[in-house]
Each structure stands twice: as structure tokens, then as C-alpha cells.
Write a new protein. Structure first.
Length: 321
């Protein structure tokens, strides 16, 4: 695929890291973003070892102004692809505790802030940037100005009581991309939503229930890149699980709930609660090139400190795809 400039959020681990590594190649510039400075630096170095030109920015996706500045990076050049992979999930308290039937208000708001608002903080400014880009005359994006793809979830296709705010945030993201896709395509911007099952990333490693349709990050990457090449509006895998989920959502609510609540994944305590990080300064920082030595130009403070050998505060919750 002839993508030359690619932006990726949630690039430190999970699907975001896997996509970054799969796209890393000579002649390609990768703009990678995550709030985990150390893991982001490692991803950047691994991508550089494959020949890519890498810029890393340590930033929280909930920082609207910082994200807008990041989306303006590499000014004067056309962005081919934005991959929105940052996301978080979490469950409810184990059964028997006082608030077992509920997510905490903080968890609900933080999950919405990252999964929905954080995604829009990348998508909206990038759409504005792509509107001003010329249409491609050939290659993967022939006739288009750019491509944007975000990781939603099969959980967004159902009303899942095990983690309501995760389902709701991913449903909103998926619907926004699909509903906006018709007119954005006419404007030359391809929008794609990825509705997948469980992917073997740090996000799900502490789940305490069987995970149907579990795939590796390598398999997920192949599905996503294949879907992008075919300009699919919604990239789904595995097909059988997505089809079954759509059927489940057609059932009367009480009948669907009866099924979900009797599944291990629907029980409080089957998923760890989301660890919400303390609020830290998210002042916008200019991205800088990953290199073995400390960067010589201003850039992400945490990444620069890591590369220079200085300690980095570990007050960040890892955000993964």
C-alpha cells in the first residue's frame, strides 16, 4: 500500500503498535502518539529499525488542544492515513459488594472521554486537514484526499450489561464513522470503523471469562489492512461473531438480558475495574524524531527524558488498542 504519511494514536501497545510495525518501511513517515512514554519510545525505535521515519508524541488523547496541534504535524505535506487505536475498558465490582450492579461515575466519564471524545479529538481536526488536501491521482487513495480508520468493537453492536459505557462509547464511535461516511466520501475522505472481537492485547489480559473469537494482533492487523485496501466502511471480524451479535440485538431487551446476565462475561467482577490515572498536565508538545540519543530539538518531554536516560514519572494508565 502506498501510504507515505500515517498518524496513529494508541501506538505504544496492542493494535496500535501492531499496525505501526506493519506499516513501518523505508520511505514512510509514521507519527505515533500515546501517553505511555517508555512503551511509545520502544515502538518508535522498532519502527525505525524497519526503515521508517518516525515522530513520537507523548500526549493524552483527551487533551483537545494538544491533539489538534499534533494533527497539524508535518505541515505542508498530505496525510494519507489516520489510525485511531487508543482506548480503555473496564468492568464492575465483584458480585456481593454494595455497588456491584453499577460502574462508577468516574469510570463511565473517563471511558467516554477516551473512547469517544479522545477519538474525535483526532478524527475531527484530521478531517479538516484532509479537506484541504488535493485528491490523489493514483494508488490506494486514487480520487480521494485521505483515509481515517478507528477501532470500535463488536461490543458496540449490542447492549452489553457487562461493561455498559464501553459498549456505548464504541457504538457511538462506530455510528459516527458509518453515518458520516457517505458525505465524507464524496468530499474525498474515506472513513472506516473496525468492529472486531477480542484481540490479544494488554487491555484484555486480566479478563476472567472465555473470550469467543479471540485473535492475535497479527491477525487483527491483516484484517484491518485488507479492509483499508478494499475501502470498506466497516471492517468486521470474525464474521460469525459479528453476525451473531447483530441478531442478538434484534431480540427483545429482556430476552437478550436474560442471556447476557447468565454468561460469565456478564457477571460483575469478570473484568477488572478501570484504573483511572490522576490528572496530569497535558500541555501540547511538539512531536520529535525517535533516535538513540536525546533529541536535539524541542519535543515530547517524557520521550526526550527517556531517550536521554532520565527517569519518567509512572503516573499514566496504559491506553491500548
Amino acid at each position: 500500500m502506498d501510504y507515505r504519511i500515517v498518524f496513529i494514536t494508541g501506538a505504544a501497545s496492542g493494535i496500535g503498535r501492531a499496525l505501526a510495525l506493519s506499516l513501518a518501511a523505508p520511505g514512510r513517515m509514521l507519527h505515533l502518539l500515546d501517553r505511555d512514554a517508555g512503551a511509545l519510545s520502544r515502538t518508535g525505535q522498532d519502527c525505525e529499525s524497519r526503515g521508517a521515519d518516525v515522530r513520537c508524541c507523548c500526549l493524552d488523547v483527551t487533551d483537545r488542544d494538544g491533539m489538534a496541534e499534533w494533527c497539524r504535524s508535518a505541515s505542508g505535506r498530505s496525510v494519507d492515513l489516520l489510525l485511531v487505536c487508543a482506548g480503555v475498558t473496564g468492568g464492575m465490582q465483584p458480585a456481593g459488594t454494595e455497588d456491584a450492579a453499577f460502574e462508577t461515575p468516574d469510570q463511565i466519564r473517563y471511558m467516554m472521554a477516551v473512547n469517544l471524545d479522545g477519538a474525535l479529538n483526532a478524527i475531527l481536526p484530521m478531517m479538516e486537514r484532509m479537506k484541504a488536501q488535493p485528491r490523489r491521482r493514483g494508488g490506494t487513495l486514487r480520487g480521494q484526499r485521505g483515509q481515517i480508520c478507528a477501532i470500535a468493537s463488536v461490543a458496540g453492536l449490542v447492549s452489553y450489561p457487562g461493561t455498559p459505557s464501553y459498549s456505548a462509547s464504541k457504538a457511538a464511535l462506530d455510528r459516527f464513522l458509518v453515518a458520516s461516511g457517505a458525505y465524507s466520501r464524496r468530499a474525498g475522505i474515506l472513513l472506516s470503523s473496525v468492529c472486531c472481537s477480542f484481540v490479544a492485547t494488554p487491555m484484555i489480559e486480566n479478563n476472567r471469562f472465555p473470550m469467543p473469537g479471540l485473535v492475535s494482533t497479527a491477525t487483527a492487523t491483516r484484517h484491518i489492512m485488507h479492509g483499508l485496501a478494499r475501502r470498506k466502511r466497516r471492517i468486521v471480524f470474525p464474521g460469525w461473531l459479528v453476525f451473531g451479535s447483530r441478531l442478538m440485538d434484534l431480540l427483545p431487551i429482556r430476552l437478550a438480558e436474560l442471556y447476557y446476565l447468565n454468561q460469565p462475561s456478564g457477571c460483575p467482577g469478570s473484568m477488572p475495574r478501570l484504573a483511572i490515572p490522576p490528572r496530569a498536565s497535558t500541555r501540547a508538545r511538539k512531536p520529535d524524531r525517535i533516535a538513540p540519543e536525546a533529541p536535539s530539538s524541542p519535543g515530547c518531554e517524557e520521550t526526550a527524558e527517556r531517550l536521554a536516560g532520565a527517569p519518567v514519572p509512572h503516573d499514566r494508565e496504559k491506553i491500548t488498542g
